[in-house]
Design a protein around this ligand. Structure first.
Ligand code: AMP
Ligand code: ZN
Ligand code: FE
Ligand code: FE
Length: 279
């Protein structure tokens, strides 16, 4: 069993890269991919831990991108973690994210809610602060009762303190991952498909033309019917099949590493096929 979509404390996961790899080994996974939002900072520690715990770590990243049909997430697998051009682009995204976060702090302040960047960084346990860290902090401060309430009232798109972040156009995100030696994979495709069934396949064609190589057929939120549908789409579009849980640790406690909601059992063969496509 493998898991090719995992977050660590380098972004908004709660396990450090090493602890995540240790957990993966305990859960008897053969391989995990580290796919943090906008950063490759967790990859080195995870790769070191791979040796220590005797499993395989695939270096990766997850990038939010804009397409004509809306926002989508592209996972890059087998990237070179220190690829120069990619690091420059990711650091720009992080700078915009940081400015967005500071503006959100000021917005909350106008509502009489005081959170500081120091508190957020502590919550993040790393350099990258995201909305989930705002949410945990708002719960700790008693501003809201639950993590979800924090999103529903303040942080979701349209929420009282919501500000959007900068995203790359999908063609740039795809090209950047390829130039860094990676395979660009469309993550959690059900999100796009459920929003616009008609648009989904048209958009996928565009993404394939832009260089998309794979589709996350196996995903925590996918039903068996969706798995079958996306597996058929992948075959028709000549896309590689990938799969992962989108594990985040304690901020999404129902999602288990490698297992998702208990529905996942992603075979090693998926990884072998992806590797073959790299050569
Ligand atoms: P950010 O990258 O800072 O904009 O935060 C995005 C993250 O927030 C996503 O990866 C999700 O984990 C989480 N998120 C976004 N929207 C919601 C929502 N409506 N409810 C709960 N979590 C959400
Ligand atoms: Zn996340
Ligand atoms: Fe995502
Ligand atoms: Fe993710």
């Amino acid at each position: 069993m493998i898991d090719l979509h995992v977050h660590t404390s380098a972004s908004d996961g709660t396990f450090t890269p090493r602890d995540m790899v240790a957990l993966a080994a305990r859960e008897e996974l053969r391989a995990v991919a580290v796919t943090d939002h906008d950063t490759t900072a967790g990859n080195h520690a995870a790769l070191a831990a791979a040796v220590e715990f005797g499993i395989e770590v695939i270096p990766g990243v997850e990038i939010s991108a804009d397409s004509p049909y809306g926002t989508l997430h592209i996972v890059g697998l087998f990237i070179r973690p220190d690829d120069g051009p990619m690091e420059i682009a990711l650091s720009e995204l992080r700078t915009f994210r940081d400015e967005r976060n500071r503006k959100m702090i000021r917005l909350l302040e106008t509502m009489g809610i005081i959170v500081t960047m120091e508190e957020l960084l502590k919550e993040a346990g790393g350099d990258l602060v995201g909305r989930p860290h705002f949410a945990s902090l708002l719960v700790k401060k008693g501003v809201v009762k639950t993590f979800q309430e924090a999103f529903d009232v303040y942080l979701k798109s349209g929420g009282k303190a919501f500000l959007d972040k900068k995203r790359l156009p999908s063609d740039q995100a795809i090209a950047m991952i390829k130039a860094a030696g990676g395979l660009p994979i469309l993550a959690h495709p059900f999100l796009m498909r459920n929003k616009d069934v008609a648009g989904f396949e048209a958009n996928l064609t565009t993404l394939v033309e832009q260089g998309l190589r794979g589709l996350e057929v196996f995903y925590t939120d996918h039903s068996r019917v969706e798995e079958a549908y996306f597996s058929d789409v992948a075959r028709r579009c000549n896309l590689l099949v990938s799969g992962g849980s989108d594990f985040h640790g304690a901020i999404k406690p129902d999602v288990k590493l490698g297992r998702g909601f208990g529905n996942l059992n992603i075979s090693d063969e998926i990884l072998e096929n992806l590797k073959e496509a790299l050569w």
